[in-house]
Ligand binder design. Structure first.
Ligand SMILES: C[S@@+](CC[C@H](N)C(=O)[O-])C[C@H]1O[C@@H](n2cnc3c(N)ncnc32)[C@H](O)[C@@H]1O
Length: 201
């Protein structure tokens, strides 16, 4: 069910981009959410895959859980990472699917995309590409992917129906989603929903 949100979505996107540009450019800063390689390991990612991650990706990891806890990806699969940030999940996925598979990371924050591309180049990962775009209107053909992963992104987006409808559109029949995200147990008050700071973190 869609929730009415009395918030200027363009202002919100602008604030989200500012926040995650900082996570990209000043990863040592204290954020209200955990970040970095130690957090990746705490979440139970396979250490041997984390070891191969360049620091550029790991230091700006800002996920909320581990989407691979829902299952290891298979060799040869085509994967979309919605809200790929600095690229940690995309680069973990790239190691799982191997050279015969492919990973596309999508993000709307240019600074995050730059960092993810630099990390992929440093890792010499040739099966990963990072694309600028928005989760609510994915710039991909119908039925392009076997798996959609996402980590800590959909909670930031008011129009969740649009995101899930786009994910369904780009998944092949029989495709699957492996999403790590924040959920709420109780409805958030109208006043709370209007607070941009609560959305961005
Ligand atoms: C909390 S970070 C998580 C990044 C990454 N998944 C990770 O685990 O490190 C949220 C990311 O989602 C991106 N994002 C937020 N809203 C988006 C949208 N509507 N479309 C595309 N990307 C979005 C932000 O730019 C940011 O890089």
């Amino acid at each position: 069910m869609a929730v009415e949100v009395d918030i200027d979505v363009e202002v919100l996107k602008c604030e989200i981009k500012k926040t995650y540009a900082r996570v990209s450019q000043e990863p040592e800063e204290d954020f209200i959410f955990p970040t970095g390689r130690a957090w990746v390991l705490d979440l139970g990612y396979p250490p041997e895959l984390v070891d191969r991650l360049p620091e550029a990706a790991a230091e700006s990891f800002a996920g909320v859980a581990n989407p691979f806890a829902l299952g290891t990806l298979q060799r040869g699969e085509a994967v979309l990472d919605v809200g790929s940030g600095a690229g940690t999940d995309s680069l973990v996925a790239a190691q799982m699917v191997g050279a015969e598979g492919s990973v596309t990371g999508l993000d709307m924050t240019p600074e995050m995309l730059r960092k993810a591309r630099a990390a992929a180049a440093e890792m010499e990962a040739t099966n990963v590409a990072f694309v600028e775009g928005e989760a609510e209107s994915l710039p991909f053909e119908d039925e392009s992917f076997d798996v959609v992963i996402s980590n800590g992104v959909i909670d930031l987006i008011p129009d969740k129906d649009a995101v899930f409808s786009e994910i369904q559109r780009v998944l092949r029949p029989g495709g699957r989603i492996q999403i790590a995200d924040v959920t709420i147990q109780n409805p958030v008050s109208e006043e709370g929903r209007r607070k941009i700071d609560l959305w961005t973190g």
